[in-house]
Design a protein around this ligand. Structure first.
Ligand SMILES: [Zn+2]
Ligand SMILES: [Zn+2]
Length: 270
């Protein structure tokens, strides 16, 4: 069985604890959050009360696996001040995830030399003083421009000799030119050969608005993008059982109900 959930908002009064409440009310078995605004460098400390409430709710829910998505401003391949700010921002997310007891932090590698990206990720990890959790996951990207991480070989390089793992986004992979629409099993096989599925605990389950190989990073709801039914083979792939699947499409009561209905039907079909 896979575990699945949405990317949830922490904007409400209860902050991060509100996200767990929402996960429970939607009967999700996993969730993802931003630990701060993803489009601003500003951060705020988590209040002790918020942390306590979050941890208690999550414990009651049997430990519900949770992912923190790092800020979109982070560019670990940048030079100078932007690199420093990126490292600090990622370290802040790793610290917050550690305080909250969450399993994973996902970050996009950014643009620039791969060695620099790797150095930045390692520095953030050291600065955060991560002990057992969270595990830092580098996400594959749609590529285009100077962006790195659209090829699985690049992720493999970033992971080599580190404690890091990878997060595999189906929309990004498809728009980077991995044929999930024709050969989902083959693409998962390639992910296993190049990165190793034991290093990929989180899958971002998004369909794609942009075409195959378009390098367009625009997520579509299940069955509303270019891959359609082909994604069913991904959630049902025996090699991905036990993984955490996160849907990252715009939320709304109708959208949520529809996405959950499709996902459940896919999982139940024989
Ligand atoms: Zn992402
Ligand atoms: Zn993603």
């Amino acid at each position: 069985m896979i575990r699945y959930g949405f990317h949830l908002s922490i904007a409400g009064k209860k902050g991060v604890a509100g996200a767990v409440e929402e996960a429970l009310s939607l009967e999700l078995s996993a969730f993802q959050i931003f630990a701060k605004s993803p489009r601003s460098w500003r951060t705020r400390p988590l209040s002790p009360r918020e942390v306590e409430e979050f941890r208690a709710l999550r414990e009651n829910a049997g430990g519900l696996p949770g992912v923190v998505h790092a800020s979109y401003l982070v560019n670990l391949g940048a030079a100078g001040e932007l690199w420093e700010k990126s490292v600090m921002s990622l370290a802040d997310d790793l610290e917050k995830a550690q305080i909250l007891g969450l399993e994973y932090v996902v970050v996009h590698p950014g643009s620039g030399p791969l060695e620099r990206v790797k150095e930045g990720a390692l520095k953030a990890f050291r600065l955060a003083g991560v002990r057992k959790k969270p595990r830092l996951l580098l996400e594959n990207t749609a590529g285009g421009g100077e962006k790195v991480g659209s090829r699985l070989e690049e992720l493999a390089f970033l992971l080599e000799d580190t404690p890091f793992g990878a997060c595999f986004d189906t929309c990004h992979a498809f728009s980077a030119g991995y044929p999930l629409h024709h050969d989902p099993k083959g693409v998962i096989g390639e992910l296993d050969r190049v990165v190793g599925l034991e290093r990929v605990p989180v899958i971002h389950l998004n369909d794609s608005v942009g075409g195959f190989g378009s390098h367009i990073d625009h997520h579509a709801h299940l069955l509303q993008g270019q891959m359609g039914e082909a994604l069913k083979a991904v959630v049902r792939d025996a090699r991905l059982q036990g993984k955490v699947f996160i849907l990252e499409t715009p939320r709304g009561p109708e959208e949520d109900a529809r996405n959950l209905q499709i996902l459940k039907a896919w999982l139940e079909a024989s």
